[in-house]
Design a protein around this ligand. Structure first.
Ligand SMILES: Nc1nc2c(ncn2[C@@H]2O[C@H](COP(=O)(O)OP(=O)(O)O)[C@@H](O)[C@H]2O)c(=O)[nH]1
Ligand SMILES: [Mg+2]
Ligand SMILES: [Zn+2]
Length: 292
């Protein structure tokens, strides 16, 4: 019996990599289907010659794509072309936090900024740096490529970010052999053969990355407006000092979050994005809402 990690699922056949980096093609035991346990890409498993015999406990699982044990999301935002958007950043952060995955913020295309624009953006993003890792990258100058590689090492990574942000370009810069088409609208690696039945982790430096973006859309379908406050991690600590336990930081008196916004300790744009996201979810069609 061996222990390994599932890195690929195509047509019911799993590819498992063992601790010595050897690959095996195996099937799950029939018993799993019976018990409704579906081994997923990312799972740590026990296996023998031809079948998976045990799936180890998962720390989390994503549904699109179907991946278990995701360590972190590389949240890719372009500095320009398309212009940097704090609202988009905060929307993606909300989604990633709601899935209990660690976000790593990557700002791409810094070569397209003037020195002043670069300094201005960095100054604003320094607020986020208190809570998240922020990496400034350019595929042209290869600035901080080594930092991205070292952060991804030994991890299962997924990509997030809007089309055109430079996600595919990062993969190509790290591994030119991948030769992924860039500038493709909402199409990822392995074009054409992508169905929910084909999921693959590809080597990304010394780690793995999902071959499709885990968070490419911005659907808040499964998030309740009342939960959003938990996903703004900078608000969360402070909320202990709000007068009301379940303070939404909107209209309640004695709100510590609002007080800190006024004092300039919380970035005002960030607070406005919180309100925007809260209201957007609140306004969703009832069929998509869990809150009443
Ligand atoms: N100047 C510059 N262009 C970039 C950089 N990264 C990506 N691009 C360009 O931005 C466009 C979109 O990149 P792509 O990787 O396809 O974005 P994706 O949709 O997020 O996968 C392509 O034309 C890339 O060549 C960068 O760091 N600097
Ligand atoms: Mg792409
Ligand atoms: Zn409050």
């Amino acid at each position: 019996m061996k222990k390994g990690r599932i890195i690929k699922l195509v047509g019911g056949i799993y590819t498992v990599v063992d601790e010595e980096n050897k690959r095996y093609r195996v099937k799950p035991l029939g018993i799993f289907r019976h018990r409704n346990i579906n081994p997923k890409v990312g799972d740590l498993v026990d296996f023998n010659e031809d079948s998976i015999t045990k799936v180890h406990e998962r720390k989390n699982e994503l549904y699109r794509p179907m991946i278990a044990n995701v360590d972190q999301a590389l949240l890719v935002n372009s500095a320009k072309d398309p212009d940097f958007s704090f609202l988009l950043l905060d929307k993606f952060l909300t989604l990633i936090e709601a899935n209990d995955i660690l976000p790593i913020i990557i700002v791409t295309k810094i070569d397209l900024l003037t020195e002043k624009e670069y300094l201005d953006l960095k100054a604003k993003l320094s607020y986020y740096q208190k809570f998240y890792k922020v990496i400034y990258f350019s595929s042209i100058t290869k600035d901080n490529l080594d930092v991205i590689v070292s952060i991804a090492k030994d991890k299962i990574n997924v990509l997030a970010g809007q089309t055109g942000a430079g996600k595919s370009t990062i993969l190509n810069t790290i591994n030119p052999e991948l030769n992924i088409k860039t500038n493709e609208i909402s199409k990822a690696l392995g074009r054409g053969k992508h169905t929910t039945r084909h999921v693959e982790l590809i080597e990304f430096g010394e780690g793995y990355i999902a071959d499709t973006p885990g968070f490419s859309g911005l659907e808040f379908k499964n998030i309740d407006s009342q939960e959003v406050k938990y996903y703004f991690i900078d608000f969360f600590e402070l909320s202990k000092h709000c007068k009301f336990n379940e303070c939404t930081h909107l209209h309640e008196p004695g709100c510590e979050v609002k007080r800190q916004v006024k004092k300039g300790n919380i970035l005002e744009e960030r607070y406005n994005d919180y309100k925007f996201i809260y209201n957007e979810i609140k306004a969703q069609k009832p069929m998509y809402r869990r809150d009443k």
